[in-house]
Design a protein around this ligand. Structure first.
Ligand code: 5GP
Ligand code: ZN
Length: 104
């Protein structure tokens, strides 16, 4: 856990955020400012700043499996998956997250 990271705090349960999905190393929760009717963030439990810092291929796989599970759980048949990497690309929170966005 990184002290000043908002997603580490969410993962730690500091705000009582409900998890849409949880696996051994991954959690998913609703985006606070949704840009689609369903907008979920899939996040590794360990602090990884961005995709560029992620080396663990098993965790990469677990993150994509989580995306599929989130789509299933939230009833999405079609959805977009987005990863912003770097400030210039629009990354605002520097704890890796995969956006899952779609209409039910
Ligand atoms: P980025 O621009 O880094 O790819 O996306 C960050 C996302 O995190 C944004 O869609 C923003 O709405 C969401 N976000 C920022 N702070 C919080 C928060 O405290 N809780 C939740 N659930 N989402 C957040
Ligand atoms: Zn973090």
């Amino acid at each position: 856990m990184t002290e000043d990271c908002i997603f580490c705090k969410i993962i730690n349960g500091d705000f009582g955020t409900e998890f849409v999905y949880e696996s051994e190393n991954v959690v998913a929760f609703n985006d606070i400012n949704p840009k689609a009717p369903v907008h979920v963030l899939v996040v590794p439990k360990i602090h990884v700043a961005s995709l560029n810092e992620l080396e663990d291929k098993e965790l990469m796989g677990e993150l994509l499996c989580a995306v599929k599970q989130v789509a299933k759980i939230t009833g999405l048949k079609a959805y977009k998956t987005l990863i912003n990497t770097g400030k210039e690309a629009g990354q605002e929170v520097f704890h890796l997250h995969l956006h899952v966005m779609g209409n039910k």
